[in-house]
Each structure stands twice: as C-alpha cells, then as structure tokens.
Ligand binder design. Structure first.
Ligand code: KG4
Ligand code: ZN
Length: 331
C-alpha cells in the first residue's frame, strides 16, 4: 500500500518524472519542450524524441534528489506505454524497463488516458467513485463511464478534431503562437463571447459524440473580417462555443448514464471558462464535480504514478517484454 514508485511520462512533448510513496507525491518534475517546438507551430516527433533522450536522465537525477530517495529504494517503476508518439513513448518506457530490470523490481505499463481519467482523484485515498469522466486534451476528447479502476466504458468521443487540437489550430490561424489553448484563453479574456455566432456542432445529435472541425472552419471563414481590434472577440466566441458543447453534452451523458459525479481532466481542463461553466452547469443540474488539479491537467508523471499505484495495489505488473502501443485504446 505504501510502495515507493517512480513513474515516467514521455508520450508526447513533455518529459516528466514523479516519485510517489503510496498516495503521497514526493516529487513531480516536468521538463517542458514547448520552446523547442514553438518555431514549428506544433510538435515535431523527431525533435520530441531527441529532447526526451537528453532530458530524461537529468530529470531522473532531479526527481530522485527532490524526493530525497535513492533509486535502490524504489519498489516499482512505471511508464506511459501509449497512446502517443512511438518515438517519444519508447524513451520513457525503455528507461523504466531498464531500471526495473537493473534493480530487480516490477515494471508497470500505464495507459496515458487512464492517467488523465483518474487524475481528478489525486491526491486522495485512491477510492474511485462511479462517475462520468470528460477527458479533453490535445489528442483526445472522450466521455467515459467509470465504475472503478479498469472499469471503463466509452460513451462518447470526437468524430474529428480533439478540443485541444481545435484550440491549437485556431490559435495558429490567428497567429497567436503555440500551444493555442492558453494563448486563446488569454486573448479571450478581453473579448466579447457573443460578438460572433459560431456553430455548436452535434449539440442535438442525440448521442455523446463531439465534432470541432466545423467550428474551426467557421473561424477560418471569419478571418478576413478579423483585425487586431476584434481578435479578442473571436477568441472569446470560439472558446464559448467549445465550452458550451463540452458542458451540455457532459451533463447530458452523466444524466443518461445515471452517475451523480462528473470528473474533468486533460490539458483543456486548465481553461478557466470551462471550469467556470462546468461548475455552474453541474450546480444547476445537481451533479457533483471534480476537476484535476491545474498542475495535473497538462501532461505530467504524477497522474501516471497514481494510476500505477492503484494497479500495483491490485497485484498487477507488466512483463518487460510488453511493447509500447502508439494507438493504445482505453478499453
Ligand atoms: O493533456 P495535454 O497536455 O496533452 C495531451 O495529452 O494531448 O493537453 C494539451 C492540450 C493542447 O491542445 C493545449 O492547447 C490545451 O491542452 N490547453 C488548453 C489550455 N491549456 C492547455 N486549452 C484551452 N485552454 C487552456 N488554458
Ligand atoms: Zn495528455
């Protein structure tokens, strides 16, 4: 129950290492690669894997020092094994396997989506209450009915772009820089969300799926009408459109799935407009709500360590022969 665990997360462009003793977080180090990818306006897989390769050993030293432990004390090593970029996943998983082999300790391969999904329960005792979980990141927009660790049922997903991807693409169109999410949020703070009428795609589709590519195209058509002056209005209107759909469909899905609790995680859940509107919506509709802590919304290794601890408690471990899987599904 109180195992000392070291977890690595290298699925995309953040190199991250965390150390946990049981449910207690001793260290969580994230080395952001944003500056390395910024000139390209998006993540370049080749650049990401090289960055992981040289950052990971240094970060390992930093995490071990911050946690005030020695590697020999660690009871288990975990890493994200998918989904993500193959050449990035490989670095973290190989390092974790090497450490597990070298120290003769178990290895745990963790699904990145499960890390996000469980993150609203961390820190905590590790009891995962039944909920409907919205995962909104750069790569995924998923609604999942959750009944406990490993008891997941996908009830909705995006049929095209992920919500974070839409933020990033619109940010790029508006020349706001990378990543687009935080830039759009910053710009939207000065804008009028009612200034531009933008589509709420699939709002009444009768299912729990999402679509954001039409919204992105609608913004593209408005570009000729945009100037420095009303750019903030366009950002605010776009952000409002994404948030309204996420809130309405998540609440409808929780109602249909008869869960009293809604949880929200992933990079886009850093967004304060989403946090505000989801809180208001849940209060009105009578749902309990848990967000991942802001530091755990974007990619980090603490969430991977938490998921690994829960799996370790169930007596699980992963053979060292297990491969990474860039397309790994949640279920
Ligand atoms: O979870 P994450 O770090 O990586 C993936 O697993 O994809 O999410 C990154 C995504 C990016 O698309 C980024 O633009 C978005 O999260 N994001 C935001 C905000 N902060 C990050 N989107 C909207 N508002 C934000 N404040
Ligand atoms: Zn992620």
């Amino acid at each position: 129950m109180n195992s000392l665990l070291l977890a690595l997360e290298t699925s995309c462009d953040e190199t991250a290492i965390a150390v946990l003793r049981g449910r207690e977080l001793l260290a969580s180090e994230v080395a952001s690669q944003v500056e390395a990818h910024r000139p390209y306006g998006g993540v370049v897989p080749e650049v990401a894997s090289r960055q992981h390769l040289w950052r990971a050993p240094r970060l390992l030293e930093r995490a071990v020092a911050a946690a005030e432990i020695s590697l020999g004390e660690v009871d288990a090593f975990a890493a994200t094994s998918g989904p993500g970029l193959a050449s990035s996943l490989m670095i973290g998983a190989s390092l974790a396997k090497g450490l597990a082999l070298g120290f003769g300790k178990p290895y745990l391969a963790i699904n990145h989506l499960e890390g996000h999904l469980l993150s609203p329960f961390f820190p905590g005792e590790g009891e995962i209450f039944p909920n409907v979980s919205l995962i909104v990141s750069g790569g995924h927009t998923l609604l999942v009915a959750v009944d406990g660790v490993g008891a997941y049922q996908i009830i909705g997903r995006t049929v095209d772009d992920a919500a974070g991807e839409a933020f990033d693409k619109v940010g790029k169109m508006l020349g706001l820089g990378y990543p687009g999410g935080p830039e759009i949020e910053r710009c939207a703070a000065q804008g009028d969300p009612a200034r531009f009428a933008l589509p709420r795609s699939m709002m009444n589709s009768g299912d729990s799926n999402f679509s954001f590519s039409g919204l992105k195209t609608a913004v593209r058509y408005l570009l000729p009408k945009t100037s420095g002056e009303n750019r903030a209005d366009l950002c605010a209107s776009f952000q409002r459109a994404v948030v309204e759909v996420l809130v309405a469909k998540t609440i409808a899905a929780a109602r249909a799935a008869k869960r009293a609790l809604i949880t929200v995680s992933g990079g886009v859940s850093c967004n304060w407009e989403l946090r505000r509107q989801m809180s208001l919506g849940c209060e009105r509709a009578g749902f309990e709500l848990r967000f991942a802590a802001p530091a755990l919304c974007t990619d980090n290794a603490a969430m991977i360590g938490f998921a690994a601890q829960l799996r370790l408690d169930r007596g699980e471990s992963t053979p060292l022969t297990a491969e990474i899987d860039p397309n790994l599904a949640l279920v």
